[in-house]
Write a new protein. Structure first.
Ligand SMILES: Cc1cc2nc3c(=O)[nH]c(=O)nc-3n(C[C@H](O)[C@H](O)[C@H](O)COP(=O)(O)OP(=O)(O)OC[C@H]3O[C@@H](n4cnc5c(N)ncnc54)[C@H](O)[C@@H]3O)c2cc1C
Length: 241
């Protein structure tokens, strides 16, 4: 089926740190844009002449809403073309063309088992969408543990929302693991030690959801494969590149 293209107008941009920003677009069309929590869209950004070179995918951070807004968080990559656009050029009112929604990395139907979400950097975005969906629809879940790695304190995305979640849901916990922070009393290092040392009651049932770049996913897969009963059913991931 031919992909349908949509146009959204940038409504707000929040520079969170030197390497992290969040922004929203509002769709031009009236019809509510439907998608599942965890999905992404592919944007056609102003990055050059060749169409394929301009395409980049981004996870949606929010859930479908009557305002028809989509929100995103972007991590800056050195020498990245899209990174340069988002951090140096994008302005309120810009039009962004995109297709989607795409992807099968969505909120699992069965939340009746322990879920461990492992993310690095903007890999936390699809999990935020999933958590927002659970909260909005009051979906019961057994337990969710988010392990979220980043570099610096100022790079942490959605921190206060995660704190609120923890307050509200006794069966939700999160760990932030920072690899380069000196001003941080929490866990330092990489996500891997945290999930490897987690106390998981039901290793046969646990579902691991991973999202981020190849280096993190590859290492996590190597670590988790021998730990679970059925890797194809118990480990799902979204690879950013
Ligand atoms: C399904 C999906 C969802 C995604 N969601 C998000 C999201 O929510 N937020 C987000 O910020 N990004 C997300 N991405 C990544 C995004 O699509 C772009 O790849 C990213 O923004 C970099 O684009 P760029 O044009 O800035 O970099 P490019 O111009 O494509 O590359 C810049 C430089 O980085 C190098 N590079 C490529 N891969 C890596 C890597 N893994 N680590 C270090 N350097 C590398 C390249 O060699 C190049 O030199 C997602 C990707 C996928 C596939």
């Amino acid at each position: 089926m031919k992909a349908k293209w949509h146009i959204g107008r940038v409504t707000d941009i929040e520079h969170i740190s030197k390497t992290k920003l969040s922004f929203s677009i509002k769709l031009k069309e009236e019809q509510q844009f439907e998608f599942e929590a965890g999905q992404f869209v592919t944007m056609d950004l102003p990055l050059g002449e060749k169409r394929r070179q301009r395409w980049r995918s981004y996870s949606i951070a929010n859930i479908p809403n009557v305002e028809n807004k989509l929100s995103f968080s972007i991590g800056y990559l050195e020498n990245g073309l899209a990174s340069a656009y988002f951090f140096e050029q994008m302005s309120i009112g810009d039009e962004i063309k995109f297709k989607g929604p795409e992807g099968t990395f969505v909120l699992p139907a069965n939340l009746n088992r322990p879920i461990i979400m492992i993310a690095t950097g903007t890999g936390v975005v699809p999990f935020i969408s999933m958590l927002r969906k659970i909260k909005q629809d009051k979906i019961p879940f057994e337990s969710i543990h988010l392990i979220y790695g980043s570099r610096l304190v100022e790079d942490i995305l959605y921190h206060s929302e995660l704190e609120e979640w923890k307050e509200e849901f006794g069966n939700f916990q999160f760990d932030i693991v920072l690899s380069r922070a000196t001003n941080w009393n929490g866990t330092k290092g990489y996500v891997h030690d945290t999930y490897l040392n987690s106390d998981i009651h039901d290793e046969e049932q646990v579902l691991y959801l991973l999202c981020g770049w190849t280096s993190m996913i590859d290492e996590a897969m190597l670590n988790l494969f021998p730990k679970v009963n059925d890797p194809t059913k118990q480990i799902k991931y979204e690879l950013y590149g």
